[in-house]
Design a protein around this ligand. Structure first.
Ligand code: UD1
Ligand code: MG
Length: 451
C-alpha cells in the first residue's frame, strides 16, 4: 500500500450525446446521487491515496459535484474530447507527480465493486504491468473486445467499430477500469495514435503498445452488472435496477423484511435496522434511517427522515427533510411531516400537516390538525407538550406553544400559547332549534307536490 500508493483518475469529459440531456451525463443520478459521486466513493473505498478527475471545458457543475463528493480532488480539463487515452493524458501533471499504481475509471460506469478494483491491484502485485477489467457481456454491442492469447495475456483491446468480423464474435468485453504499474504511463499514452473509426485517441490502445514492448498485460474478470456503462437513458435505468437489487438484498441480509422487494425504492445511503418491515410501494429518498423493529406500511414517501425503534408509519405517510419520528410513535394515513420531531409514543393518525415543530412524548394530534407554520414570509415553530391532546381539525398558528397535558377542543384555531393542563377552545357557541328539521321536511314536501 505505502510501497505502491494508488492514484485513481476518473474520466468524465465525454459529451454523453446519447443521453440527449442538457445535464452532463455523469451528473445523472442513481439511487439519489450522481454517477460521478458513486464512482468517487468507489475510488475512495478501493484505497485511492490521490484522486484526479478529467472534465470538459464549461463543466462547472461537474467540478462542483466532484469537489463536494471528494474534497481535495485534482481536476483537469480536456480541451477537446479526443478520446479516452487523450483524456487520461489531460491529467499528465498528476501522472507525472505520482510514484505508484494508477487506476483509470470511467465516471459513466458506476457499479464496479471496490473489491474488484482491489483484485486489479492484486494482479499488478502479481507481476502485471497493465490489468484490464473484462466481463462476458450479454449484449456486446458498443463495448471494446479483449483479445487474449493462450497464455492469458491481453494482446489488444479492439473497439467495436474497429473490430473485424471475427473479433466482434469475442464475448469478453472491456469494462473500462484499467490498472497500471508502469514506469512512464504518460510516455506510453503519448504513443497512442488516432487512426481508427472515430479518429480518437483510445485508452484501450495502450494494451497493444505495452504488449509489443514485452510488458505483461493481464485481465481481471468481473460480473457483467459491474461493467454496465451508462450511455443512454435506458442504460441509466438498467444501472438503477442493478443498484436497487443490491440495496434490497443487503437490507434483507441484514434482517429487514421487504414484503415485495421489487416495489421498494432505496437510496445510496438508506440505513435499515433489524426486524424492520417494509410493505409494498415505499420510496426512501436520500437521508433515511429506519431503526430496529419499525414498521412502514404501504405507499409511504420519505426523504431525510429518521424513524425510531418500533415506530409505525403509514400507509400513505409523507416525510420531508428533518422528520424525526420517536420510538413507538404512530403516524397514520395522509400525514405529512417536515422539520419536526415526534417524541416517543406520540400519535398523528390521520390527515395532518406537522411542519416545523415538536410533538412531546405521548401527545395526540387529532385528525386534520394543521401546523400553520408559514406566514408568507417566514417559518415559525409549534411546540406541543408532553401528553397534550389536540382535537381534530385544529389549526395551530405558529409561533405557538401548547403546554404539557393541555387539551385543545376540536376545530379550534389556536394562535396564543396554552398553559399546561388547560383546555383551549376557539369556536362559536352552538345554536339549536328544537323540531326545526321536522317542520322543514313537511314544508318542503308540500311545496314539491303542488309544483
Ligand atoms: C469505452 C471503451 C470501451 C469499453 C466501454 C465500457 C475506449 C476507447 N472505449 O467505450 O472499450 O468497452 O467504455 O463502458 O476507451 N471520456 C472523456 N474524454 C473523451 C472521451 C470519453 O473523458 O474524450 C470519458 C467519458 O466521459 C466516459 C468515459 O470516458 O466517462 C468513457 O467514454 P465513452 O464515450 O462512454 O466510451 P464508450 O464508447 O462507452
Ligand atoms: Mg461509455
Amino acid at each position: 500500500m505505502t510501497e505502491h500508493p494508488l492514484l485513481i483518475v476518473v474520466l468524465a469529459a465525454g459529451k454523453g450525446v446519447r443521453m440527449r440531456s442538457a445535464i452532463p451525463k455523469v451528473l445523472h443520478g442513481i439511487a439519489g446521487r450522481s454517477m460521478l459521486a458513486h464512482v468517487l466513493a468507489i475510488a475512495h473505498s478501493a484505497g485511492a491515496a490521490k484522486l484526479a478527475l478529467v472534465v470538459a471545458p464549461g463543466m462547472e457543475a461537474v467540478r462542483a459535484e466532484a469537489a463536494k463528493a471528494a474534497p481535495g480532488i485534482d481536476i483537469f480539463e480536456q480541451e477537446t474530447q479526443a478520446g479516452t487515452g487523450h483524456a487520461v493524458l489531460s491529467a499528465r501533471p498528476a501522472l507525472e507527480r505520482h510514484r505508484g499504481d494508477v487506476i483509470v475509471l470511467f465516471a459513466d460506469t458506476p457499479l464496479v465493486e471496490p473489491a474488484t478494483l482491489r483484485r486489479l491491484i492484486a494482479t499488478l502485485d502479481g507481476g502485471a504491468h497493465i490489468a484490464a477489467l473484462g466481463f462476458e457481456a450479454p449484449d456486446v454491442n458498443g463495448y471494446g473486445r479483449l483479445i487474449v492469447d493462450p497464455d492469458g495475456r491481453v494482446q489488444a483491446i479492439r473497439e467495436d467499430r474497429d473490430a473485424t468480423e471475427a473479433e466482434r464474435r469475442i464475448g469478453l468485453c472491456n469494462a473500462g477500469a484499467m490498472g497500471f504499474r508502469v514506469p512512464d504511463l504518460a510516455g506510453l499514452l503519448g504513443r497512442i495514435g488516432n487512426r481508427n473509426a472515430k479518429n480518437e485517441y483510445y485508452l484501450t490502445d495502450v494494451v497493444e503498445l505495452a504488449a509489443a514492448d514485452g510488458l505483461v498485460t493481464r485481465q481481471v474478470a468481473c460480473a457483467a452488472e459491474e461493467a454496465l456503462g451508462v450511455n443512454s437513458r435506458e442504460q441509466l435505468a438498467a444501472a438503477e435496477a442493478v443498484f436497487q437489487g443490491r440495496a434490497r438484498r443487503r437490507a434483507m441480509e441484514q434482517g429487514a423484511t421487504l414484503v415485495a422487494p421489487e416495489t421498494v425504492w432505496l437510496s445510496f445511503d438508506t440505513v435499515i435496522g433489524r426486524d424492520v418491515i417494509i410493505e409494498p410501494n415505499v420510496f426512501l429518498g436520500p437521508g433515511v434511517v429506519v431503526e430496529e423493529g419499525a414498521h412502514i406500511m404501504a405507499n409511504c414517501h420519505m426523504v431525510g427522515a429518521h424513524i425510531g425503534k418500533g415506530a409505525r408509519v403509514g400507509p400513505f405517510a409523507r416525510f420531508r427533510p428533518g422528520t424525526d419520528i420517536g420510538e413507538r410513535a404512530r403516524i397514520g394515513n395522509f400525514v405529512e411531516v417536515k422539520n419536526a420531531r415526534l417524541e416517543a409514543g406520540a400519535k398523528a393518525n390521520h390527515l395532518s400537516y406537522i411542519g416545523d415543530g415538536r410533538v412531546g412524548e405521548g401527545a395526540n394530534i387529532g385528525a386534520g390538525t394543521i401546523f400553520c407554520n408559514y406566514d408568507g414570509f417566514n417559518k415559525h415553530f409549534t411546540d406541543v407538550g408532553k401528553g397534550a391532546f389536540v382535537g381534530s381539525n385544529s389549526s395551530l398558528v405558529a409561533p405557538v406553544r401548547i403546554g404539557d397535558g393541555a387539551y385543545i377542543g376540536s376545530g379550534s384555531v389556536i394562535s396564543k400559547d396554552v398553559a399546561p393542563d388547560a383546555l383551549a377552545l376557539e369556536r362559536s357557541a352552538q345554536e339549536q332549534r328544537p323540531g326545526w328539521a321536522a317542520k322543514f321536511r313537511t314544508l318542503m314536501g308540500r311545496r314539491k307536490k303542488s309544483a
